[in-house]
Design a protein around this ligand. Structure first.
Ligand SMILES: Cc1ncc(COP(=O)(O)O)c(C=O)c1O
Length: 391
């Protein structure tokens, strides 16, 4: 059994990651999407095996990752994946970039809903297309994430009417943590189909759907959605191994798959590593027990954070998400302006992602990474309170 409280800040810094080393030891890093947990045993064993055989030549990409992902998706995500329509790519953002290029006409826009995982705002430009921002609709004061955030379906329809032909979906949604409902996504599918468009669905956070909630893959919404859906994922986020590149792009029709492999440039598909491939196979096939443990720990941290914020931080609003290990903290009433994360970093030496990095409607929010130990979480929450007390 993994001890999810085992690692200290010193041990985490010694791993050499960006999260723990970009700033000095006086700053507690609870920002970028990396977990503070020991690697899953099956993944560690797979990596040891690659190292022992010095398996560092050009990777032979076969169907083991697609088959392992398809089994995992059926077992844990309620999702049908055809390994024959699944292509291995270097990493998720690379897969999104290729999919945008293949499935969006050259002069068409790409809808990005905000607040957005920041790279989504950049990717369309990398393929010489315009990112068309459509902010999520917010219901102020809502008690649950499902009530709080909604796709602006009218805004999305307008964007497609004005020439957009694809949309980057994040299901579950980084940063707000929502798993969109079937009704909401079915309506999205009707709009996209009307314009012969595509939905590029980044589902990297799907395995991190919290125990009481169920993931809903966009491809599972209905046949219309499946016919224009590109699903992109990797075990890298849910098993915290983003330094081991390997991801998958799945289409849900033969025609979609043919279009993808015919139009994607082979040089762009190339780049998954032997370590990434073996780590993904090991995680998808043998990682369930570790993942269950990680999810239980994250759920505990969500409850702990919610209780702390409600009791100690009257100017902060925290609506726990359905999924991901992020708390999307609303500090708009805290009197710290558009970038409260800068104040908290300065006064509390706690590093969260500034909400404004996720788009204009993220201003006044901070994204706090909860995939950590109890001791680090308590330290982080204490620093947040100290920073707010210093106003
Ligand atoms: C929604 C989402 N997509 C993609 C990524 C990055 O994936 P990759 O490192 O495989 O490109 C992240 C990382 O945090 C993410 O949150």
């Amino acid at each position: 059994m993994t001890n999810f409280d085992a690692l200290t800040p010193e041990a985490l810094r010694a791993r050499g990651s960006m999260k723990w080393n970009r700033r000095g030891p006086e700053v507690l890093p609870m920002w970028v999407a990396e977990m503070d947990y020991p690697l899953a045993d099956p993944v560690a064993a797979a990596i040891d095996e690659v190292v022992a055989r010095q398996g560092f030549g050009y990777a032979e990409v076969d169907d083991r990752v697609p088959r392992a992902f398809a089994d995992f998706a059926a077992r844990r995500l309620g999702m049908t994946v055809n390994p024959g329509w699944t292509t291995v790519v270097p990493h998720v953002l690379a897969g999104i970039e290729i999919a945008v290029d293949v499935f969006t006409p050259k002069d068409a826009g790409v809808v990005v809903t905000t607040p957005a995982y920041m790279h989504f705002l950049v990717i369309p430009g990398l393929t010489w297309r315009e990112a068309v921002e459509v902010p999520l609709l917010e219901t102020p004061g809502a008690a649950t994430v499902d009530e709080q955030w909604h796709l602006d379906l009218e805004g999305i329809e307008r964007a497609f009417a004005n020439g957009a032909r694809s949309l980057i979906l994040c299901q579950p949604y980084n940063p707000v943590g929502k798993v969109f409902s079937r009704e909401e996504l079915a309506e999205l599918a009707r709009i996209v189909a009307r314009y012969d468009g595509w939905v590029i669905s980044d589902e990297i956070h799907a395995p991190l759907t919290l125990p009481a909630i169920r993931h809903l893959a966009y491809s599972e919404v209905d046949e219309t959605a499946a016919s224009h859906c590109v699903t992109i994922t990797s075990a890298s986020k849910s098993f915290s191994m983003p330094g081991l590149p390997c991801a998958t792009v799945s289409l849900h029709t033969q025609a979609g798959h043919d279009r993808f492999v015919t139009n994607a440039h082979p040089d762009h598909l190339y780049g998954a590593t032997t370590l990434g491939i073996e780590a993904n196979v090991a995680a998808f096939t043998g990682g369930d027990e570790w993942l269950d443990g990680a999810l239980a720990k994250i759920a505990q941290n969500v409850a702990r954070t919610k209780a702390f914020v409600d009791a100690e931080l009257p100017d902060v609003r925290y609506v726990p998400g359905d999924a991901t290990y992020f708390a999307w903290l609303d500090l708009r009433e805290a009197g710290l302006g558009d970038d409260p994360a800068a104040w908290v970093l300065d006064k509390g030496k706690l590093w969260m992602n500034p909400g404004g990095d996720f788009g204009a409607n993220g201003k006044g929010f901070c994204r706090l990474n909860l995939a950590t130990t109890s001791a680090i979480l308590d330290d982080g929450l204490g620093r947040l309170k100290a920073a707010l007390d210093a106003r």
